[in-house]
Design a protein. Structure first.
Length: 295
């Protein structure tokens, strides 16, 4: 049996795929763990592992000084916190639900108005990675609160503190997810291209993975260009990328596949050229994204 005497009790609210992984990790780490989920049956497996299944949100929040929430969206988070009522006072609420920076700030203000401490968070991992060295979790809100909870939170994955503003964790989270979706989208388009010619997608990864690794080495240089606002290039201009994109679209037509994932990038490149930036590198696109034409 584990000695749980010095371990901070934790409550986990929301036992979907991610919340269950969080609760299991706290249990494995020897923390007395209370759980609550809207659909009560999802607590059963965790109860068999030693968790206390609370009957109500209020009981769950009352059970531990540290309350981790991981549900579908902020609407659900806010309804759950309302239900906790006076029990929130003195609790640390760590909200790991995905949302927008404005939602995080609103919920933080609401919770601190009820004398709870509030940290917002963004989980950079899938459930299977929680508690492994590959996972990291972003946090923002009060530094003192973060430091108090850090030893417990580190169990989930490396805990990265971003600053006082509760909106920072969702901002970084969604920026990182944007980069991920760009990569996944590009990869899925690529495998659709080769599959249309009966080439095995799995075999194709032997070229795609080293290619993406090699290209990721150019990210620091692009980031420097964006920070400096200096998009001169000796790598490739928007003109040359514009010509390349016509070949993408033409190839999609030849293969009879959709070009819809490629179109938005092509449109941005075309806008850059139309606005007089044809000689600039691809980093110019970040400036164009920051100045949408519709605003
Ligand atoms: P699931 O769909 O597996 O679980 C959703 C959870 O939200 C369930 O516990 C569900 O309860 C609860 N819920 C939904 N609506 C309400 C409501 N109105 N009131 C109370 N509870 C509600 O999702 P995940 O666990 O995968 O995701 C949870 C959060 O974690 C999301 O914000 C997601 O973006 C984030 N996340 C998920 C990752 C992943 O890979 N899965 C990765 C990183 C972040 P019930 O069981 O009753 O339906």
């Amino acid at each position: 049996m584990k000695d749980n005497q010095n371990k901070q009790p934790v409550t986990v609210i929301g036992l979907g795929m991610m919340g269950s992984a969080l609760a299991q990790t706290f249990l494995k780490g020897g923390h007395p763990t209370t759980v609550w989920n809207r659909t009560a049956g999802k607590a059963d497996a965790l109860a068999r592992l030693g968790a206390d299944a609370a009957g109500t949100v209020a009981e769950a929040v009352a059970a531990s000084p540290l309350v981790v929430i991981c549900v579908l969206d902020y609407e659900a988070v806010n309804a759950i916190l309302e239900e906790a009522g006076d029990h929130l006072e003195g609790r640390v609420i760590v909200n790991l639900t995905n949302g927008t920076p404005a939602q995080a700030r609103q919920t933080a203000a609401w919770a601190t108005g009820r004398r709870a401490e509030y940290l917002d968070g963004g989980i950079m991992a899938v459930p299977q990675m929680i508690g492994t060295s590959g996972a990291f979790v972003l946090y923002s809100g009060s530094l003192r609160t973060f430091q108090e909870c850090q030893p417990t939170l580190e169990l989930l994955g490396a805990a990265k503190y971003l600053g006082d503003d509760p909106g920072l964790a969702p901002l970084y989270d969604l920026a990182l997810l944007s980069a991920m979706y760009g990569m996944f989208g590009g990869f899925l388009h690529a495998v659709a291209m080769v599959r249309s010619q009966q080439i095995q997608a799995e075999a194709f990864t032997s070229l795609a993975i080293p290619w993406l690794h090699a290209m990721s080495a150019s990210l620091p240089r692009m980031a420097q260009a964006v920070d400096a606002g200096d998009h001169r290039t000796n790598v490739s201009s928007l003109y040359i990328n514009q010509a390349g994109f016509e070949n993408f679209i033409g190839t999609c037509q030849e293969l009879g596949i959709s070009a819809e994932l490629m179109m938005p990038i092509r449109d941005l490149i075309n806008r850059g050229v139309a606005e007089g930036y044809g000689a600039d590198g691809l980093s110019r696109l970040a400036e164009l994204i920051r100045k949408p034409i519709s605003v």
